[in-house]
Design a protein around this ligand. Structure first.
Ligand SMILES: Cc1cc2nc3c(=O)[nH]c(=O)nc-3n(C[C@H](O)[C@H](O)[C@H](O)COP(=O)(O)O)c2cc1C
Length: 200
């Protein structure tokens, strides 16, 4: 069986060919991001997930930071061209959403509920994944494509300094978003019967 929601889930794909021709306003995009993060579940309703939405010069800046950091990290003699091209493709997008988890809340919960201390960081990582998927799907429904990138922790300190963010906010993902300039590639699926087991 399918329903409205599962059909919407299908619309979310990793889109790597992104452009700036979006029809939604920046405010509308921010509104969708805020609502999608707000309605995403978190352990103990701890609401640890945060998002920073970058447009214009700020969007370019995060990819400048990434390029700079990667250039320093690349072994001498290694061709930087493919990496540079990849970053250029993210720069070509309309904006970037940075996802974070507020570790101050995680630490407070670990103190408050010692029995679950080991679980809170895991649940926090799960929460950011749920929030990312909510945002990714909400935007896909509006024909805005995106992909999920992980240049953290390499870029963490530069990002924190650039936007004066709390040191408690742990960067968990970067999502370039924009108009869909080329569709997602074919996706292979494993068999549902191996994925979902049913017992009665
Ligand atoms: C936890 C997680 C981490 C991922 N990390 C990356 C990444 O660093 N770079 C990237 O291009 N895609 C990343 N992806 C995207 C996956 O490669 C992609 O979702 C998967 O191949 C399925 O394709 P689809 O998104 O088009 O459905 C990540 C996805 C998940 C769920």
């Amino acid at each position: 069986m399918e329903n409205q929601f599962t059909k919407l889930l299908e619309e979310r794909r990793s889109i790597y060919s992104l452009g700036k021709s979006v029809t939604l306003s920046e405010d509308e995009i921010v509104g969708l991001v805020a609502k999608a993060v707000k309605e995403s579940p978190s352990s103990f309703n701890s609401q640890t997930s945060r998002a920073v939405v970058l447009f214009g010069a700020a969007h370019n800046k995060v990819w400048d930071i990434t390029e700079e950091v990667l250039l320093k990290a690349v072994p001498e003699g290694q061709d930087f061209t493919p990496t540079k091209q990849k970053i250029e493709s993210f720069r070509a997008a309309f904006g970037t959403i940075l996802f974070f988890e507020d570790t101050s809340i995680v630490k407070a919960l670990q103190k408050q509920f010692a029995l679950y201390a080991d679980n809170f960081p895991i649940w926090s990582e799960q929460s950011t994944g749920i929030a990312q998927n909510s945002v990714w799907t909400a935007l896909a429904v509006e024909n805005i494509g995106g992909s999920l990138q992980h240049y953290n922790p390499l870029i963490d300190s530069a990002v924190q300094a650039e936007w004066n963010l709390s040191a408690d906010w742990k960067l968990t993902g970067q999502m370039p978003i924009g108009s869909i300039e080329a569709p997602a590639g074919e996706k292979e699926y494993m068999d549902d019967s191996a994925r979902v087991l049913v017992f009665k």
